[in-house]
Ligand binder design. Sequence first.
Ligand code: NAD
Ligand code: GLY
Length: 362
Amino acid sequence: MRKIGVRLGSNSYNIHIGLGLLMQTGHLLKENGFAGKLVIITNPIVKRLYGSALKQNLAKEGFKVTVLQVPDGEEQKSLEVAARLYTDLSDLYCERTTPILALGGGVIGDLTGFVAATYMRGVPLIQIPTTLLAQVDSSIGGKVALDHGQLKNRIGAFYQPRLVISDISTLRTLPTKEFIGGLAEVIKYAVIRDKEFFAYLERNLDQIKSLDERLLEEIVYRSSQIKAEIVEKDEKDLGLRNILNYGHTVGHAIESASDFKMGHGKAVALGMLAAGRISNTLGLLDRNELIRLKGIIQRADLATELPNLEVGRIVQAIRHDKKVLRGKLRFILPKALGSVFITDEVSLSLVEQVLVNWNEET
Ligand code: NAD
Ligand code: GLY
């Protein structure tokens, strides 16, 4: 088992990463001072796979466990679902000290996190992420949120968990599409912060895709370390933390222009490549590094071809985001593999040029 400390003063916590950690959850909770009653929030898919093993482990360690379920899917990140969970927690006589465990992917983590942040003004939150995206991204850093109609993550808070337990073994059952989507975020960490990690991914990608557990542990560990380091420096997302949005400016626009038919990971991969091409056009990112960026995205089975969408629709979606951001189009551009910078100086016409010439570019 490997451990990363997230140092945020009185909100500090540890991330535990390893194989079979679900079976050590009771022990880890006791070590962190928890005892007695607790509640797990999960969905039917994850409950069927891991619910009873986790419950048994916690019961064996003396915890009194209740499992609450919400259906699977992004639409569960709503105030209505949160309200139902508040009622359930009240009916169970949960107190301010009763921990709530989020067992699942980013949807369960964000919803449970929001409920934990607001029920009785905040109860202890334990994140037990079971998707690659949740292990390397959403369980770390305290962003918890619900959607508001079509507006994703519009209602939320910063509320740090008390503990994150990433059991690498749970990734074995993940649908390939979800695993590949998570890989986009792993590649993102390498590009924004660590060129050696990028080279490591290049060397080991085939084994990573075949779910070699030793390598999975390493990529979750390294990605979590990078996220933790950035969150420690800018918990409230006022500056540096923006770099985690690398690939997301064009990525979000493609996702929304495709009416969310294109998955988040693939859209972010296209966004990362678009930002790389913009940077190369501006004379910053070297052509060989741009080729390496495209290569790894391709080998990860993420997208490098634009979907069959009119470029105009994508540009319109970017323009819409620009309005929301009070006229500033924020880009995270790679200067080199392992190093990015934040800029508001990329013009919409340059983005359009890169998209129009997509098929002729590196
Ligand atoms: P998800 O939670 O929808 O999980 C994807 C699918 O995998 C679901 O069907 C889920 O039931 C299933 N699943 C989960 N674990 C499994 C396992 N081990 N085996 C088999 N199936 C499993 O999607 P996600 O990609 O994990 O998370 C996406 C959400 O995360 C979005 O709502 C997004 O807004 C949010 N997010 C939040 C942050 C943050 O900082 N809070 C960061 C990134 C994304
Ligand atoms: N996923 C972006 C962030 O945590 O800031």
